[in-house]
Ligand binder design. Structure first.
Ligand SMILES: [Mn+2]
Length: 355
C-alpha cells in the first residue's frame, strides 16, 4: 500500500476512513465514483464498494487492499460499522479537509458510537511525498506540456483569438499523450496579461502583445504545470524590462533551491529580486506550490509558508509582475526536490521569445 506506513506514523488513530474520490484513488490506485476505504494500522485495508465496481476493483486495486461488496439492499454504513466492530475500532481518522459539513454530520449520525479524529492534514502530508511511479507520471505530464509549448510557438500570430491559442495548446497536449488537462488553461494577451488567472477570451492577439500561457497536462491522473509569457512582435520597453526582472527572479529562486530549505526562503529569493527593482507591489501571489493528483498540493512557497521542501516533493517556481493597463509576465518551472539536488523538469526556453 502506498505510504500507509507514513500515514500511521503521523496519525495516532488505529484506522483512517477514506471517502473522497481522489484520496480513495490515491490509496487504492482504483478510480471509482463510490466507495469507502478503511486503512488500518496493522496494514489490513478494506475497500467497500457496490456491485457496479466490485468485480473491476478486485482486479485493479493495489496489493494489500481487500475488496468487500455491500450486501444487496443494505446501507454502506452498516457494512462500515461491521468492519469497525470486527476490528475493535472505536475511533477513526477522517478527511476533515474533504467532507462537507453535511456529509460529516450524516456520517457521525449513521456511525454513532464511533469517535472521529481529523486526519485530513496527515493525508495531505503523506500525498506530498511522491513514490517513484508518481514521479514518473509527473515527469511525463511535464514533458507533454513542454512538447505542446514547442508546437504553439509555430502557431501564435497576430489576428488569432486567445481562444484559438487555447484550443491549439490543448490539442497539442492531447496529441502528445495527455489524457486530460491539469486545470483550465490560462491564455492572457495584451493588457489581459495583468490578470494572473485570466480566462481565454475572444480578444484578438495584436502586434506587441505579451501572451501569457499557464497550462498543464494530466497523465495517469497526475498533473503538470508551466507558464511562459511570449511576445508577438517587439514588446514595449517597460514590458521588456519586466520580463527580464521576472526571469532573473525565477532563476534566483531555482539556482538557490535546495533540499531542506523553507518554502518561505524560496519565495524570498524570488521576491527580493522583484523588490529591489521596485516592482514588489505588482508581485501579487505566492512563488510556488506542489502538485500531484491535485494541481495545488503541499508544500507551498510563500511569505507565510512554514513548509520545508523535502526529498520526493515537487515545487513550482513562478514569480510574476502584473501592472493593470500595461500587462504582465509570469515564468513557471516545475522542480523536483531530491536529497542530492533539485531537478528543473521544465525544459522550454525562458530567454525572451519574440515571435
Ligand atoms: Mn502553478
Amino acid at each position: 500500500m502506498k505510504n500507509t506506513d507514513r500515514l500511521f506514523e503521523l496519525t495516532k488513530s488505529e484506522a483512517v476512513l477514506v471517502i473522497s474520490e481522489k484520496n480513495r484513488m490515491y490509496f487504492t490506485g482504483f478510480a471509482s465514483t463510490f466507495g469507502y476505504l478503511v486503512l488500518m494500522r496493522d496494514n489490513r485495508n478494506i475497500f467497500i464498494t457496490d456491485p457496479r465496481y466490485y468485480e473491476m476493483a478486485q482486479s485493479l486495486v493495489q496489493d494489500g487492499v481487500e475488496v468487500m461488496q455491500i450486501p444487496n439492499g443494505s446501507a454502506v454504513t452498516d457494512t462500515l460499522l461491521d468492519v469497525f466492530h470486527q476490528n475493535g475500532l472505536t475511533a477513526v481518522g477522517y478527511e476533515d479537509t474533504e467532507l462537507t459539513v453535511k456529509e460529516f454530520a450524516e456520517l457521525k449520525h449513521q456511525l454513532s458510537g464511533i469517535k472521529f479524529v481529523p486526519a485530513g492534514n496527515e493525508i495531505c502530508r503523506v500525498r506530498s511525498y511522491k513514490t517513484d511511479t508518481e514521479i514518473e507520471y509527473i515527469k511525463k505530464a511535464q514533458s507533454i506540456t513542454d512538447a505542446a509549448f514547442t508546437e504553439i510557438l509555430n502557431v501564435i500570430k497576430p489576428g488569432l483569438r486567445e481562444r484559438d491559442v487555447q484550443i491549439e495548446l490543448e490539442y497539442q497536449m492531447a496529441k502528445n499523450g495527455a489524457e486530460g488537462l491539469a486545470f483550465d488553461t490560462i491564455i492572457a494577451s495584451g493588457i489581459n496579461s495583468s490578470k494572473p488567472h485570466a480566462h481565454p477570451t475572444e480578444k484578438i492577439i495584436e502586434l506587441g502583445d505579451p501572451v501569457t500561457m499557464d497550462f498543464g497536462a494530466r497523465y495517469h491522473g497526475y498533473c503538470s504545470d508551466m507558464t511562459r509569457t511570449v511576445f508577438v512582435g517587439q514588446p514595449s520597453e517597460e514590458l521588456h524590462k519586466i520580463y527580464n526582472i521576472v526571469l532573473l527572479a525565477q532563476k534566483m529562486g531555482i539556482n538557490n533551491a535546495y533540499c531542506g530549505m523553507g518554502g518561505k526562503e524560496l519565495d524570498s529569493f524570488c521576491r527580493e529580486v522583484i523588490k529591489s527593482n521596485g516592482y514588489e507591489k505588482y508581485f501579487v501571489h505566492s512563488t510556488g506550490h506542489s502538485l500531484g493528483i491535485d494541481i495545488h498540493e503541499m508544500p507551498s512557497a510563500s511569505p507565510r509558508s512554514t513548509d520545508i521542501l523535502s526529498a520526493r516533493q515537487f515545487i513550482t517556481c513562478e514569480p510574476g509582475i502584473y501592472i493593470p493597463g500595461i500587462g504582465g509576465v509570469r515564468i513557471e518551472d516545475l522542480l523536483l526536490i531530491e536529497e542530492d539536488g533539485i531537478t528543473d523538469l521544465t525544459t522550454s526556453e525562458k530567454t525572451i521569445i519574440i515571435l
